[in-house]
Design a protein around this ligand. Sequence first.
Ligand code: MG
Length: 367
Amino acid sequence: MSIIRRIEAFELKLRLREPFRIAMGVSEYSHNIVVRIVDKEGNVGWGEGSPSLRVNRETVESNLSAIESVAPKLLGVDVFGIERVREILSRVEGNPSTKTAVETAVFDLIGKNTGRPVFKLLGGYRDYVITDITLGIKSPEDMARDAVRAVKRGFRILKVKLGTSPDEDIERVRLIREAVGDDIIIRVDANQGWKFDDAIRVLNKIADYNVELCEQPLPAGELEALAELRRLSPIPIMVDESVHGMLEALKVIEREAADYINIKLMKTGGIIEAMHLAYLAESVGIKCMIGCMGESLLGITMGVHFAQALKNIEFVDLDADLLLAESLVEKGGASIEKGGIRRAPSMPGLGIEALAENKLRLRLRKE
Ligand code: MG
């Protein structure tokens, strides 16, 4: 038993190394929530949520009110009754990041109470994963320079943000491939930025530069167009913004609108939903990526545990913490090694050992 005795929620704002631009906008900070759950024995579980207004229609403030509404119902619940936790969280409307933050803290507690790392609890399939590193949108020349820098830092997979103008996007991929050579994997993400005809043109052109996959070429809701594009595209199509959880995945599967699905723990509204999404995709032969929003190393560590746990996670894009200028986690958390290798700690729970608690602003406490 591990009975929830106290729930706290914090606001966290961390500076990025440099402004990060994608087709849908620019950000300078990661503005997140952190949840701490303490059980009756004094064990502590941590979780993080990184709300996205554009993708999930949620904010730090809406996340905090969501926690406020469920915290009283979670007090006194045994975290081993994960289905009970899920039932309580399911009453929250929207705010998937809140649900994931709470479920993360719950799995951290289950791990600590059973002496097992979270990835062993969830499936324990592999011992490490290889992440890509994301290149935000800049001029083609500057992105080629960033690409070389990333390769020098040891990364072997580049995720190239596209989706401004078709000609510039083609130029971006061309210059990056020229700059990094043939041994580096390039995947691209248009973040809904293209129209159908542009997408066809860009995909046919950049196929010459050996692109592994293209994420979300068209607006999220355009599943028929995505299906048509997928039939014509020389490059496999991955959906991200089109799929939050299983309901949307079913629609994508029905229309054969994608080759791959990008699962993000901040979209699914919980770890369990994310697992089921991965299994659903596996059942129809769709391989998945695990992606991220603006999580710090705390949330990213949950992502690495998830990616190590499940067989159907073929692609890993867990790099948001590497784009930050400051760190919440002071000791522990997922490692980052040469080659983009990430490993979840083998200690019980998430493996977060020390946090810079002065960076956390307490917004809610219920006990
Ligand atoms: Mg994406």
